[in-house]
Design a protein around this ligand. Structure first.
Ligand code: ATR
Length: 275
């Protein structure tokens, strides 16, 4: 039986085993998918051990190992190179080579498109400049927005991200300067910070939400997140949490491993019921 796993620390909360089991049922694949709590000291050895089984075809990697996984693999896809991080390892069936891919950003874009969010020629405000933001940046740019404004509490990190895609219309700004700016008209806001996990809001002015068509939070939960509630209270009519991004990135990993595309919408509604 083909074997897959997700490596992370912590890992007990991971929904990946459940999602991949649903995918396997839908596509009639016999697979084993386990969650592995990897140690920060021995992550690479644990990957070696997992892949010493010839039935191990691939794995997902989550926090805090995505950057280390990018060093472990033999080759990186352009998405993983751009993200500087790997969330999906694929053992190439013909060469046996380990390829590092990143499906997080594409999972986000597909979730936005699934929800009929227009990105082309739009002004997108991307909040946060950590790993999640970096992974989203290039897939978002491929949708040809008018501009992406990366706003972050710490300006330098936003600047570093913008430098990675120089030549594109990506503008870094600090939350502080955004508050002082008169240019606060955006079509879409995407919150890649973890602020909603602690029930706080990114410190941006309310005027940023004024013309927004769609507000997306990468965090998800049973109830709308702090950021979603705030956007709605300011009149944003369409909001979403990040559960669709989670299912979307998983679906892309599954497809790369098995060649079968699972049913994202159906899986998403089943996962929603488990929250
Ligand atoms: P991830 O991989 O989830 O993006 P990360 O790389 O640690 O995690 O990045 C976390 C992001 O959330 C950063 O943009 C961080 O802002 P700073 O660069 O200024 O640290 C942002 N963040 C976390 N907590 C925040 C808070 N309370 N207010 C605003 N931004 C916050």
């Amino acid at each position: 039986m083909d074997k897959f796993a997700v490596f992370g620390n912590p890992i007990a909360h991971s929904k990946s085993p459940q999602i991949h089991r649903l995918f396997a049922e839908q596509t009639a694949q016999k697979i084993e998918y386990t969650a592995i709590l990897a140690s920060v000291e021995t992550f690479e050895e644990e990957l070696d051990r997992f892949f010493s089984d010839p039935n191990a075809r691939g794995c997902n990697v989550t926090l805090p190992f995505k950057e280390r996984a990018a060093s472990w693999v033999e080759d990186l896809t352009p998405a993983a190179q751009m993200a500087g991080a790997v969330n999906t390892i694929i053992r190439d069936p013909s060469s046996g080579e380990f390829i590092g891919d990143n499906t997080d950003g594409e999972g986000l874009v597909q979730d936005l498109l699934r929800q009929k969010v227009i990105l082309q020629k739009q002004r997108i405000l991307l909040l946060g400049a950590g790993g999640a933001s970096r992974g989203a940046l290039y897939p978002l740019l491929q949708q040809k927005p008018k501009e992406i404004i990366i706003a972050n509490r710490t300006f330098d990190k936003a600047q570093q991200l913008a430098d990675l895609v120089s030549g594109h219309s990506v503008i870094p700004i600090s939350f502080k300067d955004l508050s002082a700016s008169s240019e606060t008209i955006f079509d879409v806001i995407i919150n890649s910070t973890s602020t909603s996990l602690s029930g706080v809001l990114p410190a941006i002015p309310d005027t940023c939400y004024k013309d927004v068509e769609f507000a997306y939070d990468m965090v998800y939960g049973q109830a709308p997140t702090t950021f979603m509630n705030h956007a709605m209270s300011l009149g944003v009519s369409r909001v979403s949490d990040g559960l669709g991004m989670l299912v979307g990135q998983a679906a892309l990993s599954f497809m790369k491993w098995t060649g079968k595309m699972p049913k994202v919408e159906e899986t998403l509604s089943m996962m929603r019921d488990t929250l």
